[in-house]
Design a protein around this ligand. Structure first.
Ligand SMILES: C[S@@+](CC[C@H](N)C(=O)[O-])C[C@H]1O[C@@H](n2cnc3c(N)ncnc32)[C@H](O)[C@@H]1O
Length: 341
């Protein structure tokens, strides 16, 4: 197994680099994928592995789809880099082991394997939660095969939106990536709420900030941009609809025991008529700050693809509209037309 450990250490080293060399990152993802697949006993073509779980406040991905998250190159790099950074920051302040609560591990505990390979059990420990039993069992076996069992304080095959944590006061980092662009369908927000309500106030949340911005977009400008093109040249932000940080549980009201639709945020948007000729779309942008300056920019990942609202908002006939963000069995945004010209 020492080969696997040194491979995971090397993966962690490459993901911590400042620059993004895409050939190197893609190659690293392939190596990571081969490693976890060789140590897994999953049939990802199987019908049951494809079945997602549908819950009162969103869905949990089937094993096949959760396994595929690894392929989202920059997502995987930035999350792992962010976790490394958060650990390093905490280690400067304390010598006790850093306790990471990882909710929604998928079948591979992808975001923590390079961490376990790079730190000792005196430095890092984890509680791992996964609702999907097939993903949970594979994750547990994989951790065992890699010899990482001693890093795990508790394995929980539980729903992270309702779980009562065993030692919440010991948790330093809450880590979860249970989201899609637009914060639609999946349970990132209910999970975050439930966990934040139990852990200490200053616990680091990863991602540190998740926000939805409504903006005017020039689609050709987005497509033709280069690395140095400023966002303002193709996108004008109209309003921040919602932002989730580690203060969210005190900022928003969310009852985790109801299946009724709950509106967490609502914004009325006036379209600036003098600017409209420059844009051809209203879009919803997902902003992800993983940790401090580790951010995932527009279109860098499947999680940050702009949602074009062409069908809902006709720029020729709309002056203002209202956007809401809701939690129910299908979390996401709602557009309400206020006025037609
Ligand atoms: C998008 S996948 C990410 C997997 C892995 N963390 C990664 O980054 O590659 C999300 C995982 O969270 C799990 N999940 C979703 N909702 C959950 C919940 N309420 N409680 C526990 N796990 C959940 C899903 O079953 C799925 O395995």
């Amino acid at each position: 197994m020492s080969n696997s450990i040194s491979t995971l250490q090397e993966i962690g080293r490459i993901f911590q680099k400042e620059e993004n060399n895409f050939a190197e990152l893609s190659n690293t993802i392939s190596i990571f994928k081969n490693l976890v697949n060789e140590l897994s006993t999953l049939d990802l073509e199987n019908e049951t592995a494809r079945k997602s779980l549908f819950l009162t406040n969103g869905k949990a991905l089937g094993t096949t789809w959760a396994a595929l998250c690894l392929d989202d190159v920059l997502r995987t790099k930035m999350f792992i880099k962010g976790v490394f950074k958060a650990i390093e920051q905490l280690r400067k302040k304390s010598t006790k082991p850093i306790h990471i609560l990882y909710a929604g591990t998928g079948p591979y505990a992808t975001l923590l394997l390079p961490i376990f390979a790079s730190f000792t059990t005196e430095e890092v420990q984890a509680t791992v939660i996964e609702i999907n039993t097939e993903s949970f069992e594979n994750m547990k076996r994989l951790i065992n095969k890699l010899g990482f069992d001693q890093y795990i304080l508790s394995y929980e095959n539980e729903d992270a939106t309702t779980i009562r944590l065993k030692n919440p006061e010991t948790i330093d980092i809450v880590l979860s990536e249970t989201l899609q662009c637009g914060l639609i369908k999946e349970q990132q927000i209910p999970i975050t709420f439930n966990l934040l309500q139990q852990v200490p106030e200053n616990t680091i949340l990863i991602p540190q900030s998740l926000a939805l911005d409504i903006c005017l977009l020039n689609y050709a400008g987005l497509k033709n941009r280069t690395e140095n093109t400023p966002e303002e040249s193709f996108c004008s932000v109209l309003e921040r609809v919602i932002e989730i940080t580690n203060k969210a549980a005190t900022q928003f009201q969310l009852d985790l025991n109801t299946s009724a639709t709950q509106i967490l945020a609502q914004k009325q948007i006036m379209l600036p008529m003098d600017k409209m000729s420059l844009y051809d779309n209203v879009a919803l942008l997902t902003r992800i700050t993983v940790f401090e300056n580790e951010k995932i920019a527009i279109n860098e990942s499947g999680l940050t693809i702009p949602i074009l609202l062409k069908k809902e908002i006709d720029l020729k006939t709309t002056q203002k509209f209202t956007i809401q963000y809701k939690i129910d069995k299908q979390p996401g945004y709602i557009i309400l037309k206020d006025e037609i010209m």
